[in-house]
Design a protein around this ligand. Structure first.
Ligand SMILES: C[S@@+](CC[C@H](N)C(=O)[O-])C[C@H]1O[C@@H](n2cnc3c(N)ncnc32)[C@H](O)[C@@H]1O
Length: 473
């Protein structure tokens, strides 16, 4: 029988959809179906390929103007595509559903607008080790520091920050990430010969920081056995956690299991490092099954996050951690106690308090079982409120910088500008940041263009990612 070679595949996306369902079509095929036939004598497949190639990253921000720049696309076809995009966005918005970005991280519309990190910037020069490949980040059974939803995290801006550090802070031996959040910025520079100082006011951030950057005395095999034991628990009774968060933020089964696991951790952990690692594993697993859009200000109406919770093993680079220091302190107190070559400052920039957004994880981490209030079941957070979200932000920032004992300072601060939503407005003005830094040394500003998410219209923001750099006198 002759070999059937080089027979071109027939491009029949409509038939393919009828036969196999939409999930089996490529983006080009789906788009070709939207375009239909008859696009001014052009080949539909080629036109669809061209659109995907050019706008793969920014597809949701496409406009009629952008589309009609492509040969073969007129106003009619462009409106068809824009309407489809707008329709899907509308449904997502109405149901408060998260967008699933291509890397699997979930963002709500609010998060996409708020987060500084919806673009990935690879560094131009890689001097520091790369901990993860952008495309292959999920290793089965294991989780990494960045596998977490966190407002304002700088994971996708690490390349930008690393470029500035490489250019400006040659030969540094210590790096302090004083508002660590997830801790990914400190982790990027974590090497055997570099001391990382990591700090966050919240325990739900401190335990992961301790686990990934601080834990040097950890028996990974013992940890694995304990995680197995916790995964195999099958509680059928209510507890503090399920009574407060079951059937809302979590399925009742998951809420019962989370509560029982947290109760047991304090009894089975052999030391503080192990306790931190077990709590970290629980926090990351809890976040994966939470019925939220990524923070805990509210739960989603429809409880469909029902997959059973599973704790995984943290991926820790014990060797690099030996001289690191991890703190859970107010940054303004800690700054008076430490020296570092490089100080990285990434405070909250508007009135949205992190203790409000992550109250539930904080409650789980501290496990004092306080009374909780309101629809979102928040505990009393009076002692956790950050000065950086209040009118006193500039004063706190001035105090921090004045007391910094370091050679280089890098500040990340958002510039979303003035909006009608007062809560989103930056607390400290650019001119104040510059004036305060100038008292310490020479100031430079590094910028990267950043397109904030907009619901349809393009060019509505001149949003840039900035890092203020100061070489201290
Ligand atoms: C913008 S986030 C940091 C994000 C981080 N760079 C990342 O990539 O994940 C700000 C962090 O500062 C913490 N924070 C707020 N006020 C603080 C204070 N006074 N002292 C220490 N940490 C504080 C918050 O809990 C939050 O995690």
């Amino acid at each position: 029988m002759p070999k059937l070679k080089n027979i071109p595949k027939v491009f029949r996306p409509r038939e393919k959809l009828m036969e196999k369902g939409p999930d089996n079509l490529s983006k080009v095929e789906l788009l070709a179906n939207l375009l239909g036939s008859g696009i001014k004598g052009k080949n539909v497949k080629e036109v669809a390929e061209q659109i995907i190639k050019r706008y793969n990253q920014d597809f949701l921000e496409l406009t009629v103007d952008k589309l009609t720049e492509i040969s073969g696309i007129g106003n009619a076809k462009a409106s068809q595509i824009i309407s489809a995009i707008a329709l899907i966005k509308r449904f997502y918005k109405e149901q408060n559903l998260p967008y699933l970005l291509k890397d699997g991280i979930q963002y709500s519309l609010f998060d996409l607008y708020e987060t500084e990190s919806s673009k990935y910037y690879p560094p131009t020069i890689k001097n520091h080790k790369v901990y993860f490949s952008h495309n292959k980040r999920n290793i089965p059974g294991i989780f990494q520091m960045q596998n977490r939803r966190f407002l304002g995290n700088k994971y996708k801006l690490l390349g930008f920050i690393e470029d500035i550090v490489n250019e400006k802070c040659n030969g540094f031996e210590s790096f302090c990430d004083i508002f660590s959040g997830t801790g990914v910025v400190g982790e990027r520079f974590n090497e055997k010969d570099i001391k990382i100082i990591s700090n966050d006011i919240l325990f739900s951030n401190y335990y992961p920081l301790k686990t990934f950057l601080g834990t040097t005395q950890l028996d990974i095999n013992a940890l694995k056995n304990k995680i197995d034991l916790l995964n195999n628990l099958t509680p059928n009774q209510d507890n503090y956690f399920s009574e407060n968060y079951g059937n809302t933020f979590f399925s009742l089964e998951n809420a019962r299991k989370i509560g029982v696991i947290r109760n047991i951790i304090d009894n089975i952990a052999d030391n503080e490092c192990e306790k931190a690692a077990l709590i970290t594993s629980l926090i990351y697993a809890t976040d994966k099954v939470a019925n939220t859009v990524g923070h805990y200000d509210a739960y989603r109406k429809k409880l469909d996050s029902v997959q059973p919770i599973k704790l995984l093993i943290p991926k820790i680079d014990l060797e690099s951690n030996h001289n690191n220091q991890i703190y859970q302190k107010d940054a303004n107190l800690l700054i008076r106690e430490i020296y570092c070559d490089v100080l990285y400052v990434d405070p909250p920039y508007n009135s949205r308090q992190y203790c409000d957004a992550y109250h539930l994880l904080e409650n789980l981490a501290t496990w004092k079982k306080p009374k909780v209030f309101g629809k979102a079941k928040k505990m009393d957070r009076t002692n956790l409120k950050s000065e950086y979200c209040l009118k006193t932000a500039t004063k706190a920032f001035r105090d921090l910088i004045t007391n910094a004992n370091c050679k280089h300072i890098l500040i990340s601060y958002n510039n979303t500008g003035e909006s009608k939503h007062g809560r989103s407005n930056a607390r400290i003005k650019d001119k104040e940041i510059i004036e305060i830094l100038k008292s310490k040394g020479k100031v430079e500003i590094f910028e990267r263009d950043y397109k904030a998410f907009t619901t349809g219209k393009s060019n509505t923001t001149g949003h840039t990612e900035r890092v203020f750099y100061c070489k201290t006198k």
